[in-house]
Design a protein around this ligand. Structure first.
Ligand SMILES: NC(=O)C1=CN([C@@H]2O[C@H](COP(=O)(O)OP(=O)(O)OC[C@H]3O[C@@H](n4cnc5c(N)ncnc54)[C@H](OP(=O)(O)O)[C@@H]3O)[C@@H](O)[C@H]2O)[C@@H](O)CC1
Ligand SMILES: [K+]
Length: 462
């Protein structure tokens, strides 16, 4: 599956300007946007009476086109507006709408409610005179649909600038925008539809989509299918979760180095108690995971040093990140192989205390500064690469917020990293498999359930 691009408001404006310069007028783009949105609305919500709120910019222009299309299809459509159109395209879209336009303060509610107030041009919170009727009308509707973005959401950062109701559907144009996937905005979007309006959307940032994976060839042997080494520290249960996850994510050989939590560990995991230095010298090892259950004492530091000195591709998580945050981060920049760091928000703040801005911008900065692939975890996990590529995951089930699920992700990524030269690809694929396994495991999942669901998630990628 080819992942869809994500463009910021400025990038989308530039893509739109390029299409206009190449000969497609804004009016045509708006007509396409409105027609595509009207089709999606009818498909998703049927033909119930609807109220469309139109703003002063081109988002409002889209709203007038939608109103005309839905009315042509025989629907009962009313329009309410905030201000007069401020662009020629929006003015001509309004002129082509033959029905009445009420001020928003007088608008009567309808079961189908369409928000075309503000899109990528919103730069400040909606003022109180708009927010009041906006929220009241939303609460009185049965189905709520946003055009491009819910009004009140910043396009690029995931920030909510003023109160936004939850939507059942958001129809966007040309490409996804960061706030469609970044929290907290992402949770208000409902289902996402991207309509093609003939604007070429090119970006180094994509959504994390289902990866394409290969079944092993008959010529493979276990080491070539991926040899992942997992270092166990003070709390061996966490490393055991990583090891079991690495095996079920398709690694051919997983070695757990250190004291293992015996009863839990699959028999297929090879256990090597004792010091890792010699074992890690094995050139067949494709990836080393360190951090889950590592601890922060003397032995933990020795294990992390051994991993760093091994010059193998590393996946670093949990306690390994906390130790690195004490000043060892620069050591990673010198590594031959790009390491993968998988911090959650707390670990991220320790590693990069001065980072500000959107989660996407922060992850890209962290990748640039460390030379590592960053997997900034959360409901809206962002993966960023030092070369400027990044990817954002669709919201994973909130049930993932439970002990051990991060250890499972580390094991999955280590397995995938052990067979590829692309740490960015391994990280993105790992995040997708982890989220999909969570969906398959269902409510009240525990980390162990994710491991059980990994083969089914992988089967969807073959
Ligand atoms: N990309 C594409 O290819 C295509 C994009 N299309 C559509 O265009 C949309 C972008 O249009 P846009 O740039 O006109 O911005 P939009 O969101 O309508 O708002 C700007 C207006 O609102 C005003 N305003 C802002 N904040 C405000 C506030 N809090 N309270 C009150 N007013 C506020 C602002 O005024 P100002 O800030 O200048 O004072 C300005 O007048 C995009 O989302 C998509 O739907 C399609 O039509 C065609 C192809
Ligand atoms: K909108």
């Amino acid at each position: 599956m080819i992942p869809r691009p994500i463009l910021t408001a400025d990038q989308m404006r530039a893509a739109e300007a390029k299409a206009v310069a190449a000969g497609t007028p804004v009016e045509t783009l708006m007509e396409r946007a409105g027609a595509a949105a009207a089709t999606a609305i009818r498909l998703h919500a049927g033909t119930m009476p609807c109220l469309i709120l139109c703003g002063p910019g081109n988002n409002g222009g889209d709203g007038y086109v939608i109103a005309r299309k839905l009315q042509e299809w025989g629907m009962d459509v009313r329009v309410a507006a905030v201000g007069e159109p401020q662009s020629a395209a929006a003015a001509s879209a309004k002129a082509a709408w033959t029905g009445a336009v009420d001020p928003i303060s007088n608008a009567k509610h309808a079961p189908l409610w369409i928000d075309a107030l503000f899109g990528t041009g919103l730069r400040r919170p909606l003022d109180e005179t708009i927010v009041g009727p906006f929220l009241k009308l939303a609460s009185e509707a049965r189905v709520r649909i946003a055009i491009d973005l819910p009004s009140g959401v910043a396009t690029d950062t995931g920030q909510i600038l003023s109160t936004v109701p939850s939507f059942h559907l958001t129809i966007t144009f040309g490409s996804l925008k960061p706030s469609h996937l970044l929290m907290p905005a992402a949770q208000q979007m409902g289902r996402l539809v991207v309509a093609d309006i003939g604007v070429e959307a090119l970006s180094s940032v994509h959504e994390i989509g289902r990866p394409s994976m290969d079944s092993p060839s008959p010529l493979e042997h276990k080491y070539r299918r991926g040899y992942a080494a997992i270092l166990a520290g003070d709390m061996p249960g966490a490393a055991a979760l990583s090891a079991a996850a690495a095996l079920h994510a398709g690694a051919g050989y997983v070695r757990l180095i250190g004291e293992a939590a015996g009863a839990f560990l699959p028999n297929a995991v090879v256990r090597t108690p004792g010091d890792p230095v010699e074992v890690l010298a094995d050139p067949r090892i494709g990836a080393v995971a360190v951090g889950p259950g590592l601890g922060r004492g003397e032995r933990a530091r020795h294990l992390l040093d051994a991993a760093l000195a091994s010059n193998r591709p590393l996946v670093l998580d949990a306690d390994a990140l906390s130790i690195l945050a004490e000043g060892k981060l620069s050591r990673l920049c010198k590594a031959t192989h790009r390491s993968i760091l998988t911090p959650h928000a707390g670990e991220y703040a320790k590693l990069f205390p001065d980072h500000e801005g959107s989660k996407l911008d922060q992850a890209l900065r962290a990748a640039r500064e460390t030379g590592c692939v960053i997997v900034y975890k959360g409901a809206d996990t962002v993966v960023a690469c030092p070369d400027g590529r990044a990817a954002i995951a669709h919201a994973a089930p909130a049930w993932l917020a439970s002990a051990g699920t991060g250890d499972v992700l580390t094991g999955i990524i280590a397995a995938l990293r052990s067979t590829t030269t692309s740490p960015f690809g391994a990280a993105c694929a790992g995040v997708w498999l982890h989220g999909r396994a969570a969906e398959l495991a269902g409510p009240a999942l525990i980390a162990d359930d994710l491991i059980d669901q990994l083969p089914a998630a992988i089967a969807e990628c073959l």
